[in-house]
Design a protein around this ligand. Structure first.
Ligand code: PLP
Length: 415
C-alpha cells in the first residue's frame, strides 16, 4: 500500500480531512447550499493547474506559458454559454460573492440605489446587507415578501422600482422555496429603467435542467455559484449580454481579483460537461421530487412548512406552531447529534433574532447526489420529527444516529 504524501508529511491535516470525509459519509446532509462534487471535478481542482498564474483572459494574459490554461478557460466559457444559452460568460469569480460584487462595481457608483430582497427574507448578504460591502457602498432598498405565503411581493417590487428608480434590481435568494418569476422582474426593470441582476446561486442546476424558468433572456446579468445544485467545484460565474462583456470582464480582473484559480476553472469545465449530459436533468428532477416528498412527509407529521410546501430543492420549516419552545439554532444542534445536518434560518414574521431564529432550512441536493430517493426521504422526515419531538432525549438521538449511519452506508460517497 502506498502512503499518501499528505499523510506522510502532515499527518495532522491528513487526519482532519479523513475525519471530515467520515463525517460527510456517515451523516445526512440537508444543508441546501451543499453538494458532493464528482471525483472527476475533485481531480481537476486538486491538479497542478493551481501552479499557473494567468492574470487576464484567454489570448490576453499578462504571463507566459498560458497556452494550455487558455484552452481550459475557453472550454469552461464555451460550455457555460451552451449550458445557459448565454451570450457571454466569465468563469473567473472565486465565489458567488465575488461574482455579485463584480457586477455591482461594473455598473454602479457608490451611493447608487439597489433594490433587493433582504437577508431576513431569504436574500443573500451580498444583496445589500449592512455588514457587506454591497450594503456599505450602495443605498439599499428592499422589496417585500407576502408574510402569509412567503412569496415575493412582485407588486411591492414594481411600486418601489417606479417610485425610487433604483439603478439595479437584484433578484435571487438563498432561502426561498418558490419559483421566481424572472420574466416579470425583467419587465419591471426595463419599464422602470433599472438594470437587472438575477442571482441563481442556489437554483442554477434546476435552471440548466429546464426545471426552473431561466433568467438569462430577461436579466442583464446572471450570477451563480458552481458548488450548489450545479454540483461542481466551489466557485462563482457571471453570465451577461454581449454588450456588458467588456465591463464585466474588467470588473472581475483587474477590478476585484488577481490571478484566476485555473484549477477551479478546470473543475468548472468538468462540472459544465457533466451538467450538459442528459443524466443531469434526471438528477435535478430527483432533487425536486425528494424535496417535495420530504416537505409533504414533514407536513403530514405536523410540522409547518413556510408557504405550505416547496417548489424547488429547499424548504423552510417554521418550528413555532409545533415546537414553540425550540429555537432554530437549538433544533439544528439537536438534529446534528442525531446525524442530520441542517441550518437554522429566519422565517417570515420572525419573532426571534437571526442568531437564534425560528426556522430550519432543509435541502435535498446532497442526499440526492448520493442516490437517495423518495423512500429514504420518508425515513429522514420521521427521524427529524422524532428528534425534534424530544430534544432532551440523548438515547433517542443515539439510536437515530445509528439508523442514519446504516442508511448512509447503503449510499456511500464515491471518494
Ligand atoms: C451562496 C450564495 C451566494 C454566495 O456564494 P459564496 O460562494 O458563498 O460567496 C450568493 N448569492 C446567493 C443567492 C447564494 O445563495
Amino acid at each position: 500500500m502506498t502512503i499518501s504524501p499528505l499523510a506522510q508529511q502532515d499527518p495532522v491535516v491528513f487526519r482532519l480531512i479523513q475525519n471530515e470525509l467520515h463525517r460527510q459519509n456517515n451523516g445526512i446532509e440537508l444543508i441546501a447550499s451543499e453538494n458532493f462534487a464528482s471525483p472527476a471535478v475533485l481531480e481537476a481542482v486538486g491538479s497542478i493547474l493551481t501552479h499557473k498564474y494567468a492574470e487576464g483572459y484567454p489570448g490576453k494574459r499578462y504571463y507566459g506559458g498560458c497556452g494550455y490554461v487558455d484552452e481550459v478557460e475557453n472550454l469552461a466559457i464555451e460550455r457555460a454559454k451552451q449550458l445557459f444559452s448565454a451570450e457571454h460568460a466569465n468563469v473567473q469569480p472565486h465565489s458567488g460573492t465575488q461574482a455579485n460584487l463584480a457586477v455591482y462595481t461594473a455598473v454602479l457608483q457608490p451611493r447608487d440605489k439597489i433594490l433587493t430582497l433582504s437577508l431576513e427574507n431569504g436574500g443573500h448578504l451580498t444583496h445589500g446587507h449592512s455588514k457587506n460591502l454591497s450594503g456599505m457602498l450602495y443605498e439599499v432598498l428592499h422589496y417585500d415578501i407576502d408574510p402569509h405565503t412567503g412569496a415575493i411581493d412582485y407588486g411591492s417590487l414594481e411600486r418601489m422600482a417606479f417610485q425610487a428608480h433604483p439603478k439595479l434590481i437584484t433578484i435571487g435568494a438563498s432561502a426561498y422555496p418558490k419559483v421566481i418569476d424572472f420574466e416579470r422582474v425583467g419587465m419591471i426593470a426595463r419599464a422602470s429603467g433599472a438594470l437587472m441582476l438575477a442571482d441563481i446561486a442556489h437554483i442554477a442546476g434546476l435552471v440548466v435542467a429546464g426545471l426552473h424558468p431561466s433568467p438569462v433572456p430577461h436579466a442583464d446579468f446572471v450570477t451563480t455559484t458552481t458548488h450548489k445544485t450545479l454540483c461542481g467545484p466551489r466557485g462563482g460565474m457571471i453570465l451577461c449580454k454581449e454588450k456588458w462583456a467588456k465591463a464585466i470582464d474588467g470588473s472581475v480582473f483587474p477590478g476585484s481579483q488577481g490571478g484566476p484559480l485555473m484549477h477551479v476553472i478546470a473543475g468548472k469545465a468538468v462540472c459544465f460537461w457533466e451538467a450538459l449530459r442528459p443524466e443531469f436533468k434526471t438528477y435535478q428532477g430527483q432533487i425536486l421530487e425528494n424535496a417535495r416528498v420530504l416537505a409533504t412527509e414533514l407536513q403530514g407529521l405536523g410540522l409547518a412548512i413556510v408557504g405550505g410546501g416547496t417548489e424547488n430543492h429547499l424548504m423552510l420549516l417554521d418550528l413555532r406552531p409545533s415546537f414553540p419552545e425550540l429555537t432554530g439554532r437549538q433544533a439544528a444542534a439537536v438534529l446534528e447529534r442525531a446525524g442530520i445536518t441542517t441550518n437554522h434560518n429566519t422565517v417570515p414574521r420572525e419573532t426571534r433574532s437571526p442568531f437564534h431564529a425560528s426556522g430550519l432550512r432543509l435541502g435535498t441536493p446532497a442526499v440526492t447526489t448520493r442516490g437517495m430517493r423518495e423512500h429514504e426521504m420518508k425515513s429522514i422526515a420521521s427521524w427529524i420529527w422524532e428528534t425534534l419531538s424530544s430534544p432532551g432525549n440523548v438515547g433517542l438521538q443515539e439510536n437515530i444516529r445509528a439508523e442514519v449511519q446504516r442508511l448512509c452506508q447503503r449510499f456511500p460517497l464515491r471518494y
